[in-house]
Design a protein around this ligand. Structure first.
Ligand code: PMP
Length: 392
């Protein structure tokens, strides 16, 4: 039977960038101890009070179909969180609850793009971005953010890509994989290009609770942007609720109304007990979010000390999110070759920069998602290994 081109082509025919990760998992299955610094998953689990609320809600009977746009309480809480952080008036009619940020990215592109239209995204990028765009039958076009510009995308590069015709731009700050937080100049440039070229801006802000340096600015708050911005949020990173699959889109009322139709015909919403738990979690306030983020803040500081004591590996400014992007070009190897060699020689798994696009070639991404001691030991080994290769 013929399978639709759309589904068969989601990965675009190339490697999906998970080779090193899968090789590491294969080694683990064979009984080899591998230090995994690959995926963005906390080493803590969802906090007990949130789980207790989930249990209470389920026992109270919230196990039936929930309201498709999301339960009113949670939509109100998300709207209040966004309004408090951005100053942009926001009500529940600006919010739809989705099964995680990933489903929100799919829904946002469904709203912005017709089949065959071009959707822009910034390279380096979170691994699913081009596939998400292809999933709605749109055509992904990447815009490089250069290592030389500390991975802050430049307005002129985005404008050059938009001039060839595009309907949307996807950005992500704090950024996965680079750990960079977009500064005001970058965001003003992005806003200007979106207005000049009539682009939807899809702003993936799932790491907004993990900012170590600088300030998280939501581009929805910039002049004239609220009507063309779809903000993607999630409980996954802020509350260590990756498995609960609860996220949202914040955007203009009219778009949200259409997205409710999409949800009715696809996901049919998010379980009520998950939404009650998410609402409870959000209502605990920023302190709880800071607690979840704390281990990454701490490990980042320790990592900066380790990296300062050598001169082979250089750190891309680590301003936010749970990753460090390391430039290993002094070794003469590609990120792919370095990651494979490190895995073979020292059983440490990191993600090659090339898994996240060409702009991150010659880099590796290290997830700060294991305990401090093992994390720092692995980082020291990585640096020593890089120094040996550079001396050869
Ligand atoms: N955006 C970015 C940048 C991410 O890193 C992730 C998860 N790693 C997601 C979106 C999706 O997260 P979730 O679906 O768990 O909310």
């Amino acid at each position: 039977m013929k399978i639709s081109h759309r589904i068969a082509n989601i990965n675009g025919g190339g490697s999906d960038g998970w080779d090193v990760f899968l090789k590491a998992r294969g080694m683990i299955a064979e009984g080899i101890a591998v230090t995994e610094l690959t995926i963005g998953e906390h080493d803590i689990r969802t906090a007990s009070p949130i789980l207790q609320e989930m249990h209470r809600s389920a026992m109270a009977g919230h196990t039936g179909y929930a309201m498709v746009p999301g339960i009113d309480d949670l939509r109100d809480t998300v709207a209040a969180r966004v309004q408090a952080r951005t100053g942009v008036p926001t009500t529940r009619d600006n919010v739809i609850i989705t099964p995680g940020g990933q489903a929100a990215l799919f829904a946002a592109h469904s709203a912005a793009c017709d089949p065959g239209e071009t959707a822009l995204y910034i390279d380096p990028y979170y691994a699913t971005y081009p596939g998400t765009i292809r999933s709605v039958s749109a055509v992904p076009r990447s815009v490089p953010a250069h290592a030389e510009n500390a991975f802050q995308p430049r307005a002129k590069d985005i404008a050059a890509a938009a001039e060839k015709g595009a309907v949307s731009l996807l950005v992500n700050s704090p950024n996965n994989p680079t750990g960079v937080v977009y500064n005001r100049e970058t965001l003003d440039g992005i806003a200007q290009v979106c207005k000049a070229h009539d682009l939807w801006l899809i702003s993936d802000e799932v790491y907004d609770s993990q900012v170590w340096e600088g300030e998280h600015i939501s581009p929805r708050a910039l002049p004239g942007m609220a009507e063309r911005t779809l903000v993607v949020g999630s409980m996954s990173k802020s509350h260590a609720m990756t498995g609960s699959r609860c996220g949202w889109i914040v955007g203009p009322e009219e778009v949200i109304a259409h997205l409710v139709n999409l949800a009715t015909n696809t996901t049919y919403g998010v379980p009520g007990y998950i939404q009650d738990a998410a609402n409870f979690g959000l209502k605990q306030g920023a302190e709880v979010e800071a607690e979840v983020a704390e281990p990454f803040r701490r490990r980042r500081e320790k990592a900066i000390d380790v990296l300062a004591s050598q001169n082979t590996v250089t750190l891309v400014p680590a301003q936010g999110a749970m990753y460090l992007m390391l430039n290993i070009r002094a070794t003469g190897l590609s990120g792919d070759d370095f990651a494979n060699a490190l895995l073979d020689a020292h059983h440490i798994a990191v993600m090659p920069g090339e898994s996240f696009g060409q702009a991150a070639a010659g880099h590796v991404r290290v997830a700060m998602t294991i305990d401090d001691e093992r994390f720092i030991a692995a980082l020291k080994t990585l640096c020593a290994f890089a120094a040996e290769l550079a001396d050869k």
